[in-house]
Write a protein that binds this ligand. Structure first.
Ligand code: WT7
Length: 655
């Protein structure tokens, strides 16, 4: 979080209690909550066992709630269930004709699917997958725009026990190829394109390029988003490529969901860590679904009458847990919007809420800040009175943005749930409960029942009120990641080696005198640009892969809208004859990173320098670069610096 924002959250003491009206109708009442907390504290396994019994459909119950062999967990051991069955089949009787999806395309198209229709599509696509020879545990890459077919594809994978790995449509072909190769995927599901700000995102072309570097993929399925039914002439034949539309038109709508083991791998999702190589976070079936279901019910207070909209893309974990699995498992009506928040103008989101009577809305602080900047006129044009609950996720929400959201979108009557969690946690860990918790702007408030978090120093000792330290989770939880795909050792090292016996989240936080948690931001080399997680090392290795670059150091610096923006310090190769101007090279490097990773990683600022500030042992002192990029005075120790002059030179340049 930027200095200014930390400063304002340090002095924040306003309290917003839930209204009586909201509390009265909330899914979770204060007395039930207190019972849950007590049960979790006194009978941890019994607590989870009761919830799993009450909230999921099981083909077969488990023998044992938890098998914990740190850092590896197995939940609901030997139970049998199916995610797609829980999200679809179990609702058919009561909600068959209820809308499951309301999809809005960027060009104003609209499609609606009832639970019955969605179930039928998923059954058909499950048969398509089986007919292509997909077996349990095979990996499938989904690289698609936010269209209903993407949700169908995800659910069909879970229905037959294939492991999906959704790759955000904004990622480049290089990033796509890395993910295909790391997961050894057999199938890629994509579209001939997607719409973003009026432009066509060339998804299929990216797949074709990526596949030149991959050997495991046997088939590609292409949804016709731009051309309704892409003809074979527009889709290449290496490997075998099929049109979604054609396969579906021949497929049977009868499919019985496979009875899968509780620990059956459900999906992997790649996310940035502290090194240059993204890690495939692995989630498994029953525990993940249980927590997705419960948190959606408790935190978003889902009712049958709600129109629920989470604006995240399915390429991120929020799009997995709170666009697809959590809400559908609760039988909710889910709105999907394909396009950009400012297309054709900054009123787009409010227009969607107005026209579809959205009642629960979940978005990111970076979007809220951008809307606030765009101005109230865009908001005032629309009737937002259908809203009854608002949510925020992805980075700390600064109190100013919280208040703007509260006053202008929530009309001072909607509770705001500021939800802290991570790709790794699978579901929300710290959040207000909307009928129970009094909110403080900027605080994710308290851990949920069954979740045991703490703030500790480097020795693992709990810190006192407002002292600050490392955010850790002290007990396993059902939706925790099971490992990093193919790398148990990296899993152990990254999350379980910093603080003995605890999961290390990588976030810095403080706990105030009321026990409320204030997450301050990452303490590792991970940065959050518009809520998107990036590793500084990932951007650095992309920069040094450019022929003119000798060395690069990348840091985040505060940005009013994006939260953090990227600044790169680059030394040029001296042996290369460089006839380009610095200005041209800056442009070229920005393009290079965009091509290698995606536009979310494009550096905002690039500075050329003859040398980088290093310790005598050769380690780049990023702390000093962060000070320079943010225009701060360096107050910390600089005595380990090998050459003090480097710092002075860099400062002169920045000014
Ligand atoms: C990191 C996880 C969780 C789904 C989307 C992002 C930051 C997330 C909050 C919040 C403060 C937050 C943390 C965390 N973060 N939510 N409410 N308050 N910080 O998932 O990409 O895995 O990123 O996002 O730094 O570690 P992710």
């Amino acid at each position: 979080m930027s200095e200014k924002n930390i400063e304002s959250s340090l002095h924040e003491d306003r309290l917003f209690p839930p209204s009586d009206a909201f509390a009265k109708q909330a899914n979770l009442s204060k007395s039930e909550y207190e019972k849950l907390v007590k049960k979790a504290n006194t009978d941890f396994e019994g607590f989870w066992s009761d919830l799993a019994n009450e909230n999921l459909h099981w083909f077969k119950k488990w023998d044992k709630v938890l098998d914990w062999n740190e850092p590896f967990s197995k939940w609901f051991v030997n139970g049998k269930t199916n995610v797609s069955f829980n999200c679809l089949d179990r609702h058919l009787e009561k909600r068959g004709n209820k809308k499951a999806l309301i999809w809005i395309g960027e060009n104003e198209e609209k499609k609606e699917l009832t639970y019955k229709e969605l179930h039928e599509e998923v059954c058909k696509f499950s048969n398509v997958l089986i007919n292509l020879g997909i077996k349990e545990k095979d990996r499938i890459i989904i690289y698609m725009p936010l269209v209903p077919e993407a949700v169908v594809a995800m659910l069909a994978c879970t229905r037959i026990g294939a492991v999906h790995s959704v790759v955000f449509g904004g990622f480049s072909q290089e990033a796509l190829a890395d993910r295909i190769n790391d997961s050894k995927a057999k199938l890629v599901i994509t579209a001939d394109g997607g719409y973003r700000r009026g432009q066509i995102v060339p998804l299929k072309i990216n797949v074709d390029e990526a596949l030149k570097k991959c050997t495991t993929v046997e088939n590609v399925i292409v949804v016709g988003r731009i051309n309704n039914n892409p003809q074979p002439s527009t889709i290449n034949h290496q490997p075998l490529t099929f049109s979604w539309h054609e396969l579906m038109s021949k497929s049977s709508a009868i499919h019985k969901a496979t009875e899968l083991d509780s620990e059956h791998p459900l999906f992997t999702l790649y996310t940035s860590g502290t090194t240059g190589k993204p890690k495939g976070i692995l989630h498994s079936t029953a525990g993940y679904l249980l927590w997705a279901t419960l948190t959606t019910k408790w935190i978003f207070d889902i009712k049958d009458s709600d129109i629920y909209w989470c604006s995240a893309d399915i390429g991120w974990v929020t799009g997995h847990t709170y666009v697809v699995y959590g809400p559908l498992s609760n039988g909710a009506t889910v709105l999907l919007y394909e396009g950009a928040p400012n297309f054709p103008d900054w009123g787009r989101f409010w227009k969607i809420i107005n026209e579809n009577k959205v009642s629960v809305f979940y978005t990111a602080p970076t979007a809220i800040r951008a809307f606030a900047k765009a101005g109230l006129d865009w908001v005032k044009k629309y009737d937002l009175s259908s809203l009854r609950l608002l949510g925020s996720v992805g980075e700390p929400i600064n109190p100013e943005a919280w208040m703007w959201y509260h006053e202008n979108i929530g009309n001072k009557k909607c509770p705001i749930v500021d939800t802290w969690w991570q790709t790794e946690t699978g579901g929300i860990m710290i959040s207000p409960l909307p009928g129970i918790t009094s909110s403080k702007p900027g605080s994710a408030t308290l851990p949920l029942p069954g979740i045991f978090v703490d703030i500790v120093d480097s020795e693992g000792k709990s810190t006192g009120p407002n002292e600050g330290g490392n955010l850790v989770i002290k007990k396993p939880w059902p939706s925790m990641l099971r490992t990093i795909w193919g790398d148990d050792e990296r899993y152990r090292k990254t999350y379980w080696s910093h603080i003995k016996g605890s999961y290390f989240a990588g976030d810095g936080a403080r706990r105030d005198k009321d026990g409320y948690y204030w997450v301050l931001g990452r303490i590792d080399d991970v940065i959050k640009v518009s809520g998107h997680r990036l590793s500084t090392m990932e951007v650095e290795s992309s920069l040094v892969s450019h022929p003119s670059v000798a060395e690069a150091a990348v840091v985040g610096y505060p940005d009013d809208i994006k939260g953090e923006a990227i600044c790169a310090f680059v030394t040029k190769k001296s042996n290369i004859k460089n006839d380009k101007t610095d200005e041209d090279l800056v442009k070229e490097l920005k393009e290079h990173v965009t091509k290698e990773i995606g536009s979310i990683a494009r550096p905002e600022k690039i500075h050329f320098t003859d040398a980088l500030p290093k310790t005598r042992s050769g380690k780049i002192m990023r702390r000093l670069l962060r000070d320079i990029a943010s225009g701060r005075q360096t107050t910390g120790d600089t005595t380990t610096l090998e050459d003090v002059n480097v710092l002075e030179k860099l400062r002169e340049q920045e000014e």
